[in-house]
Design a protein around this ligand. Sequence first.
Ligand code: AMP
Ligand code: MG
Length: 362
Amino acid sequence: MFNHNISRRTGRIAAFFLTLFVLLGIPSGCVVNGGKSAPVHLSGVVWGTAYNITYIPTPDVSLEQATAAITEALDAVDTVANAFNPSSEISVFNRVGYLYTPSASFVELIERSKLFNKYSYGAFEPTLAPLVDLWGFGASSKEQECPDNKAIAAAMTKVGLDKIQTTPDGTIKVLTPGVRLDFGAIAKGYGVDKVAAALTRLGIKDYIVEIGGEVRVGGQSPRGDKWAIQIDAPIPDTTGTHTRMAVLTLCEAAVATSGNYRNFRTNSSGQQVYHTISPVTGRPATSDILSATVIASRTADADALATACMVLGLKQASTMITTLTKDPEIGIYGAIFITADKEGHYTLHPVSINTRHATLSD
Ligand code: AMP
Ligand code: MG
């Protein structure tokens, strides 16, 4: 069975249990508000994190068809982008340094990565794999207390998307030996987009798809109104407890949240080591943002930017988001950042939210 863990080391042996986790599948014909059928909820574990999917079924799509389409979509992303799956494309690329015939999805991930690396002033950097490994969060991580300056400097020489080239014949190759990819900051969002597309292809218009906190909604909720999600307080916790800070009501939008409060480890000196790495320092990013939520048309883009915001900090991240929202072609609908003062009181910072796609309330 595949190991579907993309970004979280803790769940490395987690597998994909979609078919075992069908919590509620009310047959079609059961009608609720607005003439809609009762929703179907699917949940389980993928890539070491939880996923939850709710959709309103249509009469001509069976639960088995929908489940098969979702499984196929997630498997397809796994075989492309999961560095914890040794036979995936990213794993092969990381081992040999090139792909002669990359899949369309691999090419798309590279292209989106280059774009969002540029938009984020380099803060989103998927070639950080050697450093992600060094700090103990990667597919090739060995137990490591705290890497020394020499090891960090050596790993930094292998970082940079400009060290990966696509040749005219379509080959993708590294220009510097040892350059490796980590799609952990974009692949969950990309997976959400692929599941949403699979549901749309089946004719399912009303859905909410969530993988590890990255979300996309289409159509309406079972109550016939807009889908709404909760923004959690960034309380340091690895047990998955959720405390509400705000509610985000969405219309045809995707949302991704990054934060170090759920993915960190504590070294022997008692220091917390965070999984978001600064491409400038090669060390865990310690900005003033505790949680970054980005709203966009595509979940992959929101995912990449949310990670970048954690690196950039409030001032630069706000500038970046405001700039990107000005060009509607890019499809960024705003962001919400959470910071804390010295007493530990949280402040919510909404930035350039496009109210056609999202509204924030208590
Ligand atoms: P996310 O949870 O989406 O913020 O992604 C965090 C994961 O992306 C980490 O666990 C690393 O695998 C990887 N990562 C860490 N720092 C960066 C960065 N600056 N740019 C891109 N990927 C990163
Ligand atoms: Mg991300």
